[in-house]
Design a protein around this ligand. Sequence first.
Ligand SMILES: Nc1ncnc2c1ncn2[C@@H]1O[C@H](COP(=O)(O)OP(=O)(O)OP(=O)(O)O)[C@@H](O)[C@H]1O
Ligand SMILES: N[C@@H](CCO)C(=O)O
Length: 325
Amino acid sequence: MDNRRIIVKIPASTANLGPGFDTLGMALSLYAWIDMSIADEETEIELLGNGMESIPRDKSNLLYKVAQLVFKEAGLPEQELNIAMYSDIPLTRGLGSSASAIVGALVAANALAGFPLTEQQLFTIATRLEGHPDNVGASLFGGIIVAAWDGDRVDHIRLEPPAGIDMLVAIPDFHLATEKARHALPQQYSKQDAVYNISHSSLLVAALASGRIDLIRYAMKDRVHEPYRAALIPGMSQILRDAGEHGAISTALSGAGPTLLALIESDSQRKDELERFLLDTLGNEGVEAKSVWLKPCLTGPELQWLDGPTGEISLMEWIKGEVKA
Ligand SMILES: Nc1ncnc2c1ncn2[C@@H]1O[C@H](COP(=O)(O)OP(=O)(O)OP(=O)(O)O)[C@@H](O)[C@H]1O
Ligand SMILES: N[C@@H](CCO)C(=O)O
């Protein structure tokens, strides 16, 4: 085992890009950091950032359990760990907080163990834990990922996000757990809706792969999850229907929601108008929301080893130093 500290910076993600339910994910320029090292004595877990108060700090913590999976897979015994995590990714809002925690813990533990597992092995474990590959794939590989999971094997292709497009996310001030949002979906779909999503998702992937950005607005349409989840998010239907009239290329529910994602040309003069439209529409329905402008994140986790005198600084001090740099 490596006895240095590893700090891993992991991007947030938006899943279900348009019609790509459980399939298409994109990494976003919003981050979480996990600081992990082997403990001299007992495990200590520190969680920093908004909303982390409710997350357990004992060995039932997701980060601790995920790290032990890596050690077990590598044939190593359970390890006592020092773990600190700071996250700017809000919990249960559809921006992949659980995926970033899972991917970060896997990558950090794998580094401490001397990199016994391949990226593909980490992806398989992460997908099994999360239940679908779109968030974890985006956080692990960066960019846009197209992934297929059959319950056993997971494959993916990474696509470069189109240049010149910015993302606006409107993050409502309420939680929507993925589990609850999945229960809103029907057990069966009509042939028309299945064909609609297969064709639009295929078109979206082909458009992204071939640089046909003009097709994104027609391809990013969904009949598998958005119509059913709209009832859980007041204002969502109007935003998906009308945001195009306020400058958006297209809009989608981000992951399982409640965050709404809008794509717009980076040099558009209508960014303020779009932002106002999203926030006002939610506000008119009584939903407080925060808007954040993001870019696609092109890379997966970034790793930084700390040893010597830098080993004494806290995760927050280290992040602030990095942000300043
Ligand atoms: N740092 C963390 N440590 C432990 N558990 C975490 C951590 N971050 C997230 N989780 C767990 O993940 C849950 C949120 O996962 P959930 O899938 O419901 O939402 P999300 O990942 O934020 O959104 P989405 O999957 O729709 O993009 C939290 O309620 C918590 O149980
Ligand atoms: N594909 C997942 C993403 C949320 O984790 C869903 O929509 O349920």
